[in-house]
Design a protein around this ligand. Structure first.
Ligand code: NAG
Ligand code: NAG
Ligand code: NAG
Ligand code: NAG
Ligand code: NAG
Ligand code: NAG
Length: 756
């Protein structure tokens, strides 16, 4: 029994031990499983959280965020100061704009590209581009030839009575040559633009020329100036605006109280006179003859300026796009032989007197003719020739020797002083001028070189991807616009899906046709002036060909290295040049929060312009008008509620469309970013800033707006930078959430406009 019991006991003991063992094994198993899981979980969590981005581009961005921002500013009170404070105030003598900084960086890149010692194949497009730049920089060679090349040009034009031989050339003939061969437009500008409707055939446009004397706030003061000068001279002081040969030299403090307001204007004219005199002297003229001709030239210019108006004024007064014909122009302004001038400029176009043209202020054109007719009958050809040649010298300035450059610098400095600006800021280094000229004449080649250097395939793919995320987000959001009717919504949706995007550079620059851009027609030498003239002639012919061989692709309005994106309503194309898709706006190596916040919101801004047509009064009759009006009014009041630095003029009704695009862009860019985040793992963050991903997004958004807070002119379509930051962000509840802004702080006013 005992045994049995024992046996039974031991059997029970056995099974007990076995249970114990099983438990033990199970706990060990559980324990190790838990361990494995925690290791796994730790690993997963660790790799899911944003890693710091520590590559050089990120570190450079961190450094730039730290130096542009003001760490002692409070994000909820003044986000603009928090992000831009140190860039736009304090340390810098003049406030800087982040786009200006990028623009200068791009200019330096172009310079480096043009100055590298790569040996390009002889006579290749690249070699010619670099050769032009080098010739432009070779001021020693330019100075060695002195005024000889320019004298030759003047002789080709028939000479002038200031110096050298003089053949009494025909006014119309010289004018025609200047405009068609020398790119100088002394009385009016003439150029082609695509017509307003399909098939967008080019239409000739006649516009005011560029003047060397700035527009004055009150144009009428020119009349007073001339009366004043006339009276002082005791000469023809009554109504004649022509001073003959005696403009008073500066007389210390002789101005009476009533004339005090006009003081700066005679000074401007005197500075300009002294500049023209210097040009004449350099060309070997006799002092008295120069003074006579320069004075007449100034009176011609100031009479033209009296009739000319700044662009926005002409726009307001409905003077732009006045349609007429060449024959009608001839009747209106008979002093100019319009048909033969325009034929020469726009050869090989065939033009007839009934050719329709667009004039941007007919009144100005009439005045040109009157000014010419009022010149003294016996000498008018003589004076006109001198006037036109003096104008030409300024156009050829980049190719002239240093004495001419100094004269022009003196004029610019004087004008800046009179305008109350510091003259130090003016002197533009030679290399910048040469980069600019090279860029004008060799744009396709320099553009390709720039893209090669700064905008790799990887960058382009990443930017295209970013754009399509933005576009998709807008497409999704479109369905939620409560003020839009079904028809308009469909229309906008169609526009969005048909929209084309051009990323970095035009197609022909990205894939250049080697046979096309060889600049066969450019002759180099013997002087840089000859090279300059030949290049400028080739450029005009290329531009003409571009217009006459209509291509299906959109022709770019900016160069690939420039920093402005745009949306073309007529072509339904959004353009983002490579010059803009650079740090600090964009880099394929940045955290996505930065790219979506910065470049992404710029892209979204351009797309929002698709809606402009619905937002303007009467633009969307089928929309829910009361709601739309309420939201637009809300927006206007929202922007008006901010106080601006003293001295800034800002009219929120002028900037309404851009404000609406800014606000919409922020909404869309954020939605696109969220969506992107759901689909992608491995997002990175910028180290050392203490910002989470969403905070980083908003900071990057604001960063690209950094600029002088109050630099804005009354006619500007954009709000001042501080409002472009505070307007949209304070209208965004998620911004307040991520920065923990208490309700009632400036960046969280509590109520929001809901246009988008
Ligand atoms: C402000 O900017 C200047 C110039 O870039 C820099 O030297 C300075 O350190 C910056 N200040 C701060 C607080 O970042
Ligand atoms: C930084 O912000 C503080 C607080 O608003 C301000 O007092 C200071 O002047 C700002 N510094 C700069 C350089 O703008
Ligand atoms: C003027 O023309 C004559 C004859 O054509 C020529 O011999 C002379 O050198 C010219 N003078 C100048 C200054 O060009
Ligand atoms: C220019 O040509 C037109 C048309 O032939 C003529 O009427 C006009 O008088 C000429 N202008 C001058 C200043 O010679
Ligand atoms: C420019 O101005 C300076 C000083 O005002 C003067 O000495 C110099 O001769 C001027 N240069 C030219 C080319 O007129
Ligand atoms: C703003 O511009 C509008 C339209 O041009 C004008 O009616 C309004 O008076 C302006 N407001 C201010 C404050 O200047």
């Amino acid at each position: 029994m005992e045994t049995v019991w024992t046996q039974q006991g031991s059997r029970e003991e056995w099974s007990f031990r076995r249970t114990l063992m099983r438990w033990g094994l199970m706990s060990i198993l559980l324990l190790s499983l838990t361990l494995v899981f925690s290791v796994l979980l730790f690993y997963i969590f660790h790799s899911c959280g944003p890693r710091p981005c520590e590559n050089p581009v990120c570190l450079e961005l961190v450094a730039s965020y730290l130096t542009t921002g003001n760490a002692s500013a409070l994000p909820c009170t003044d986000f603009f100061n928090f992000v831009c404070g140190n860039l736009t105030s304090g340390w810098a003598k003049e406030s800087r704009n982040i786009l200006q900084v990028l623009k200068e960086k791009n200019q330096n890149r172009l310079r480096r590209i043009l100055e590298t010692s790569i040996l390009w194949p002889p006579d290749s497009a690249e070699e010619k581009t670099v050769r032009f730049y080098k010739d432009c920089m070779d001021t020693e060679a330019i100075d060695a030839l002195g005024t000889e090349p320019l004298t030759q040009v003047i002789e080709e034009l028939g000479g002038w009575s200031i110096s050298g031989n003089w053949t009494l050339p025909d006014f119309n003939h010289t004018l025609k040559l200047l405009m068609s061969q020398y790119g100088s437009f002394p009385f009016f500008k003439a150029y082609l633009r695509p017509g307003p409707s399909p098939p967008y055939m080019p239409v000739i446009q006649i516009d005011q020329p560029e003047f060397q004397i700035p527009f004055l706030p009150d144009q009428r003061s020119y009349t007073e100036v001339w009366k004043y000068l006339g009276n002082k001279c005791g000469g023809r002081g009554n109504t004649s605006l022509y001073a003959w040969n005696s403009i008073p030299k500066k007389r210390g403090g002789g101005m009476t109280g009533t004339m005090a307001k006009a003081v700066s204007h005679p000074q401007i004219l005197r500075a300009y006179l002294s500049y023209l005199q210097q040009l004449g002297t350099l060309l070997g003229g006799d002092q008295n003859v120069i003074l006579e001709h320069a004075s007449i030239s100034i009176s011609i210019t100031s009479n033209l300026l009296l009739a000319a108006k700044p662009l926005d004024q002409r726009k307001r007064e409905g003077k732009l796009f006045q349609e007429t014909t060449i024959a009608q122009l001839q009747e209106m302004a008979p002093s100019i032989d319009w048909l033969s001038c325009l034929r020469a400029i726009f050869s090989p176009m065939t033009l007839s007197p009934s050719q329709p043209i667009m004039v941007h202020d007919l009144e100005y054109i009439r005045v040109i003719s009157q000014v010419i007719e009022h010149l003294p009958k016996d000498r008018y050809r003589d004076y006109l020739q001198s006037h036109m040649i003096l104008q030409l010298v300024s156009v050829l300035m980049p190719a002239l020797d240093s004495h001419f450059q100094n004269a022009q610098r003196n004029l610019s400095q004087k004008l800046q002083e009179l305008a109350g600006q510091s003259p130090i800021s003016f002197s533009i280094p030679r290399w910048k001028k040469c980069v600019e000229e090279t860029g004008t004449f060799f744009e396709p080649t320099l553009g390709a070189m720039f893209v090669q250097e700064t905008f790799s395939h990887g960058s382009r793919d990443a930017a295209t991807q970013l754009f399509s995320e933005i576009k998709n987000a807008l497409s999704r959001h479109l369905k939620r616009l409560h003020w839009m009717d079904e028809g308009s919504r469909r229309e906008a949706q169609a526009k969005l899906s048909q929209l084309k995007v051009e990323m970095g550079a035009p197609e022909e620059v990205l894939k250049p046709d080697p046979a096309k851009q060889d600049y066969q027609d450019i002759n180099f030498g013997p002087s840089f002036l000859q090279t300059f003239l030949s290049s400028s002639q080739a450029f005009r012919e290329r531009t003409m060909r571009g217009f006459l061989e209509p291509s299906s692709s959109h022709s770019w309005k900016v160069s690939p290295w420039e920093v402005s994106a745009y949306y073309s309503m007529s072509d339904n194309v959004a353009v983002f040049p490579a010059g803009l898709l650079q740090p600090p706006f964009f880099s394929p190596d940045y955290p996505s929060a930065v790219n979506f916040g910065a470049a992404g919101s710029v892209m979204a801004h351009e797309l929002m312009h698709i809606f402009n047509q619905y937002l303007v009064p009467g633009g969307c009759p089928a929309c829910d008008i009361p709601t739309l009006h309420r939201e637009l009014l809300c927006l206007q009041q929202h922007y008006e509620s901010f106080s601006l630095p003293a001295g800034s003029t800002f009219n929120s009704s002028h900037t309404l469309l851009e404000n609406a695009a800014d606000i919409g862009a922020l909404v869309i860019a954020m939605q696109a970013y969220r969506k992107w985040q759901q689909k992608h793992k491995g997002e990175t963050i910028l180290p050392s800033l203490g910002l989470n991903l969403y905070q980083l997004f908003y900071r990057s958004y604001a960063q690209v707006m950094c600029g002088s807070p109050n630099l804005q002119d009354a006619q500007d379509l954009y709000s001042p930078p501080i409002l472009r930051v505070h307007g949209p962000l304070s209208n965004t509840p998620t911004f307040a959430r991520y920065f923990n802004c208490p309700r009632g702080t400036p960046m969280n006013p509590g109520s929001h406009c809901q246009l988008w």
